[in-house]
Design a protein around this ligand. Structure first.
Ligand code: PBG
Length: 325
């Protein structure tokens, strides 16, 4: 009690503030998403995501090298698939020469295990309707979709993907993928499940980046989670742990820090936050327009750590290491 206790004492100097600091972030806590596209020598900026680019496969070397130099442990790859290659069933997902397979092979050839590669297991970059699975009477069919996801997962594992990240929110896909990996000798392929993925309005720029934006606004609420719920997220996480996930993701991140915090208290495995595209663009644009100071990026990262994230997937990853760490 005052005056015996004065919390301002330890706030007096930089050294004393650092001494009592409870949370921190290092480059090992970051994951960089990278967008790839067809073509040669391409590096094009994504309109809705300033300073984020799509790269052709032959142009990935520099960005991956920079990420390794920054000691960021992993990247997550996302493809912008050409319209002509999209169909109702997302069959391009199973093409062993698709953009993701080409990219994984190229990166592994050049960089071996210097950096981990995460691949999304979901069909939305490959379907002409933009949904994450197979439609039956305009409804994403859970069990039919899982059958394709298993094949997609095995293909990605076979070309060298280190971490499979099912992001589709089908029930039971983690156990089916895990069983298939065991059976096919991919015992060490890791699964980072998008366990609690909400049907969010913050994914807009990403859908633009991978070209899955539809004329009529796409509604994924009958498979992604309802953002009014939090206990349900814990059930989702528990199931994915039991089904063999090594790490779980909560997505989006910034508007869902309460979920991260609750999950951290309840479970022992690593919780990874996805600082999604809408959260990125919101802040990036405000900084570009000088409405907010750029240190807000670092502050936002610390909030993920404070909530209990082991790591954060963020489009700011390299910028954070280069400016703030
Ligand atoms: C696809 C997927 C999405 C994101 C990651 N994987 C979009 C969606 O579910 O519609 C969003 C990432 C972001 O917004 O940064 N299943």
């Amino acid at each position: 009690m005052y005056p015996l206790t004065r919390l301002r004492r330890t706030r007096e100097f930089d050294w004393s503030r650092r001494l009592v600091q409870e949370n921190n972030i290092s480059s090992s806590d970051l994951i960089l998403p990278i967008f790839v596209k067809d073509g040669k020598n391409i590096k094009e900026e994504i309109k809705t995501m300033p300073d984020v680019y799509r790269y052709s496969v032959d142009n990935l070397e520099k960005i991956v090298e920079r990420t390794i130099k920054n000691k960021i442990p992993a990247i997550a790859l996302f493809p912008e698939t050409k319209k002509e290659k999209k169909d109702n069933n997302g069959s391009e997902a199973l093409n062993e020469n698709n953009l993701i397979c080409q990219s994984v092979k190229e990166i592994k050839k050049k960089f071996k295990n210097e950096i981990g590669i995460i691949c999304d297991v979901a069909l939305d970059p490959y379907t002409n309707h933009g949904h994450d699975g197979i439609l039956k009477n305009n409804y994403v069919d859970n069990d039919l979709t899982i059958q394709i996801l298993i094949k997609q997962a095995l293909l990605q594992a076979s070309v060298g993907c280190d971490i499979l990240a099912p992001s589709d929110m089908m029930d039971g896909r983690v156990i089916e993928i895990r069983k298939a990996l065991e059976k096919n000798k991919y015992k060490n392929t890791k699964i980072l499940s998008y366990a609690a993925k909400y049907a969010s309005n913050f994914y807009g720029p990403f859908r633009d980046a991978v070209g899955s934006t539809q004329k009529n606004k796409i509604d994924k609420r009958n498979y992604q989670m309802d953002y009014h719920n939090s206990k349900e997220a814990l059930r989702e996480i528990r199931l994915d742990i039991d089904e063999g996930a090594d790490m779980v993701m909560i997505k989006p991140g910034l508007a869902y820090l309460d979920i991260i915090s609750r999950a951290k208290k309840k479970f022992e495995l690593p919780i990874i936050a996805y600082n999604v595209s809408g959260e990125y663009s919101m802040l990036k644009l405000a900084i570009k327009n000088k409405l907010i100071d750029e240190r807000a990026i670092y502050e936002m990262m610390i909030s993920f750590k404070r909530a209990g994230s082991s790591a954060v997937i963020t489009y700011f990853a390299n910028e954070i290491v280069e400016k703030y760490l």
